[in-house]
Design a binder for this molecule. Structure first.
Ligand SMILES: Cc1cc2nc3c(=O)[nH]c(=O)nc-3n(C[C@H](O)[C@H](O)[C@H](O)COP(=O)(O)OP(=O)(O)OC[C@H]3O[C@@H](n4cnc5c(N)ncnc54)[C@H](O)[C@@H]3O)c2cc1C
Length: 467
């Protein structure tokens, strides 16, 4: 029987720890030690005698932003589905992160505003936990747990290319960090590219005579600015506040966020699109907090003690590389995380996608695949995860006034369904839970079109008093 995308997504997003891992290879190499690379290394540690991770940046003991992850100073929310995967691969991860300073705010300290109106939260506990911290702090915990595994080794250097032998990727060339170090070639049975959005794998494939994956882009022109403030209960009791002014609301489409992060700090975000660019100027930051978002934003920005500086970031597009579409792809090659797809960050899907790609890798390796053939089953599963995130983010982005496509097939129908469900989520608890399960990647977007959800959403629209 054919398995639907929703069923495959549910299997990938499972919380269950696999019990059937088998060693299939001598050595795996992972390029990049950020969220995708570390999670992939964790999975590979059960299937390879040795896992070598190659990372360009110095990373030891760092909980600060680093050059290879330039977005690290910006607000990063971990979605519940990502939290589930972290606990799946690193038992007690959540407890450890909370003990180290991450927060998990009480429901009373969480507020979600749309066009200035407070939206109801899904009933308590229905979405699971979601750790709140800065991005470098979360990554440092994942790194510590990953590198504590005996057969994983991290080396510092810049990956410079892949060597192909016949129909397979067989070795990595890298330049070790340090003056005068010579280029090194390391052989591997499996190579994972987790070098992020700017991955050069496509160029390396082309240079070696392989086809390049088709690249799809959605121009979003997103502008972020974030700043840290010392927490002060006399100013606000906010644990998480998210606020958005939607297109068509009469306001410019803008996003704001306040997160209570480790070290008794608030990380505050303001974001706009196209020519609407928050600057590094503190007065501009404060004005946006005061004028665009609920009062707590302005109170924190005006009266909170600033730590460091306002930091800005621009992301031109969401992009995906469809490796599953390639007619020819070398054996022994895996691509994970932003190197496959990166989305408009306001939806917080990136780290969770990376964690779900690790789950796809685990499923692939547990299927006892022939490693001398391309990892098609892996790329097919990754497509399900990418499609799910892409659908949620790009459908919302297509409503932005400066975004004019590309429009996917079925756009009008999906837009109508998601618009109906979004409105009904403000009043119907069942629809609210389902909507939030999809936006937090616990469920595949097709769950919004289930008859029970659609009927309840329609009933709410026609007879709002019955919800
Ligand atoms: C402004 C902004 C806000 C975001 N907010 C969120 C959020 O709220 N929630 C969320 O889940 N996601 C968010 N994201 C997305 C998230 O940052 C990424 O999805 C996530 O970091 C992807 O991890 P990755 O490991 O695939 O790639 P990256 O984090 O980009 O890491 C790539 C790694 O590869 C290394 N590397 C690169 N080239 C080489 C080389 N040649 N040799 C060796 N190493 C190399 C780099 O140093 C780096 O360590 C946001 C992104 C942006 C831009």
């Amino acid at each position: 029987m054919a398995v639907s995308a929703a069923q495959r997504f549910a299997r990938i997003a499972t919380a269950e720890r696999p019990s059937d891992a088998r060693v299939l290879m001598k050595r795996a190499i992972v390029l990049g030690a950020s969220m995708a690379g570390l999670m992939a290394a964790r999975v590979l540690s059960e299937h390879a005698d040795e896992v070598l991770v190659i990372e360009r940046d110095p990373t030891e003991a760092s909980t600060s932003p680093r050059p290879g992850v330039p977005q690290g100073s910006q607000v990063h929310a971990l979605l519940p589905a990502g939290n589930t995967q972290l606990d799946r691969w690193f038992p007690d991860f959540t407890a450890e992160a909370l003990a180290a300073g991450a927060t998990n705010p009480d429901p009373e300290a969480i507020r979600n505003y749309v066009n200035g109106d407070l939206r109801p939260l899904p009933p308590g506990g229905s979405l699971g936990i979601s750790l709140v911290s800065t991005r470098p702090f979360l990554e440092s915990l994942v790194r510590r747990r990953t590198l504590a595994i005996g057969n994983i080794k991290l080396v510092h250097g810049r990956a410079d290319g892949i060597e192909f032998t016949g129909d397979r990727a067989g070795a990595v060339r890298y330049q070790p960090t340090g003056e005068g170090a010579e280029l090194v070639t390391e052989a591997a049975d499996l190579i994972v590219d987790a070098t992020g959005r700017s991955s050069r794998l496509s160029d390396w494939l082309k240079a070696a005579g392989w086809p390049q994956p088709p690249m799809r882009r959605m121009p979003i022109k997103l502008n972020y600015a974030s700043a840290l403030f010392k927490q002060d209960p006399d100013i606000s009791d906010i644990g998480i506040s998210i606020a958005q002014n939607q297109p068509g609301s009469g306001q410019p489409p803008r996003q704001g966020g306040v997160l209570a992060v480790e070290g008794d700090r608030w990380l505050v975000l303001v974001a706009g699109y196209a020519d609407d660019r928050p600057t590094r100027d503190l007065e501009d930051f404060r004005k946006r907090c005061r004028d665009d978002f609920p009062p707590a934003f302005g109170q924190i920005a005006d009266h909170g003690e600033l730590i460091g500086e306002v930091v800005t970031y621009h992301q031109a597009d969401s992009r995906r590389r469809d490796y599953d579409q390639l007619e020819r792809i070398p054996a022994g090659l895996i691509v994970a995380g932003d190197a496959v797809a990166s989305f408009n960050p306001v939806y917080g899907q990136g780290m969770t996608s990376a964690a779900l790609h690790a789950s796809c890798l685990s499923a692939y390796l547990r299927s006892d695949p022939p490693l001398d053939e391309p990892a098609r089953a892996y790329f097919d599963d990754v497509r399900v995860v990418v499609d799910a995130a892409w659908q949620v983010s790009t459908f919302a982005d297509l409503a932005l006034p400066h975004v004019h496509g590309p429009y996917p097939r079925g756009y009008r129908l999906v837009k109508a369904i998601s618009g109906l469900v979004f409105q009904a989520a403000a009043g119907d608890p069942h629809v609210n839970v389902q909507f939030n399960r999809v936006t937090t990647m616990l469920d595949h977007p097709s769950a919004l079109a289930r008859p029970q959800t659609l009927l309840r959403a329609l009933r709410w629209k026609l007879l709002p008093s019955t919800a």
